[in-house]
Ligand binder design. Structure first.
Ligand code: APR
Length: 336
């Protein structure tokens, strides 16, 4: 069995063909993702951080992380993101006190916040979710500097994979190819009938939702649900790519997430303990808070400021400006 085959079997056993999303709200663990035989560090990393990747340095700094990327000592960067990367684009996150979606659902007739993403409630009353979906319509928002930083990392050939919990599609809109993306909680790109399981392109779903109509299956009349992952539903098959990606990675970036939803949150511990992990978030979260590692670097505060600081340390500021201008100009162009 290929090197990665054994972990894949273990993952399938652990999470089955479809891992289920559970939100225990306590940053709880689904279970150890299981150690795997990692790839040895490139010489560059050892050179910067001490031989053999086991650092002689005490704490690492943001400057060290920038040096690993800039000197291309890290070629296989894996990134995990959440709703915090999209708040600068005008899309509220879920759990920020006061501004998060879960604090502003009074207008919907739902028994508790997470019900809006529960299949049983959707089948009972799809309207709260559909009116929330209307606010998430991909055409209404644009990528921001964090998305374009990740696009630049891809353009430089150093992004192994971007794991996102977001359903706003802004990673794709920034120009990151689908092959580099794992949309762990699905996307609005397509919809599936909740009765006969026929699928339809997302455009059909949006035509109804933007017209304040419940989308029904043209064949059997069942309610059409977009292919985003509701609580209790299986994650997309592509999520299993983590079984190969995380043992391979030589740097993990975690941006704008509370790490409260499993099995996504557990991925933050699926890298070898000697692999540096950089958390950029307003506050300390998940396993990095209650089970920190020696190679963790934490940059708390506003995400855009943190990303701009990292870009400056990388010496990529001018390239970023050009990229944002080129992409925004493209967007403006098509708006004309
Ligand atoms: N700068 C820095 N941090 C920010 C910013 C910002 N501008 N905006 C938000 N954050 C942080 C918040 O403080 C929070 O820690 O981002 C995190 C967002 O956490 P959540 O709102 O819980 O979003 P997320 O982690 O993506 O939620 C995961 O929960 O409800 C489900 O399926 C849904 O995919 C979602 C999952």
């Amino acid at each position: 069995m290929a090197l990665w085959g054994r972990p894949a079997v273990r993952a399938l056993r652990l999470w089955g063909p479809g891992a289920h999303v559970i939100c225990d709200g306590k940053g709880g663990h689904l279970g150890n993702v299981g150690g795997r035989r990692p790839i040895a560090f490139s010489a560059g990393v050892s050179g910067i951080l001490g031989n053999g990747g086991s650092s002689k340095k005490e704490k690492l700094s943001l400057q060290d992380i920038a040096e690993l990327i800039r000197a291309r000592a890290c070629q296989r960067v894996v990134v995990m993101v959440g709703a915090g990367i999209s708040t600068p684009s005008g899309i509220p996150d879920f759990r920020s006190p006061g501004s998060g979606r879960y604090s502003n659902l009074q207008q919907y007739d739902i028994p508790y916040p997470e019900a809006i993403f529960e299949l049983s409630f959707f089948l009972y009353n799809p309207k709260p979710f559909l009116s929330l979906a209307k606010k998430l319509y991909p055409g209404n928002h644009r990528p921001n500097v964090t998305h374009y930083f990740l696009r630049l990392l891809h353009d430089k050939g150093q992004l192994l994979r971007l794991y996102t919990q977001n359903i706003d599609g802004l990673e794709r809109a920034s120009g990151i190819p689908a092959s580099k993306l794992v949309e762990a909680h699905g996307s609005f790109a397509s919809a599936t009938c909740t009765v006969c399981r026929r699928t339809a392109p997302g455009e059909n779903f949006w035509a109804d939702v933007l017209g304040d109509r419940v989308p029904y299956c043209p064949v059997c009349g069942g309610i059409m649900k977009p292919d985003i992952v509701f609580f209790g539903e299986s994650l997309p098959e592509r999520f299993l790519l983590h079984v190969v990606d995380f043992p391979m990675t030589d740097l993990l970036l975690i941006l704008g997430t509370s790490l409260q939803v499993e099995p996504f949150a557990s991925l933050s511990e699926a890298v070898r303990s000697s692999v540096p992990r950089l958390l950029m978030n307003r506050d300390m979260v998940g396993p990095l808070a209650w089970r920190p590692r020696s190679r963790d670097v934490v940059q708390l505060g506003d995400l855009v400021h943190s990303v701009e600081r990292l870009v400056e340390l990388l010496g990529w500021t001018e390239e970023m400006k050009d990229l944002v201008q080129q992409e925004t100009g493209k967007v403006t162009g098509c708006d004309k």
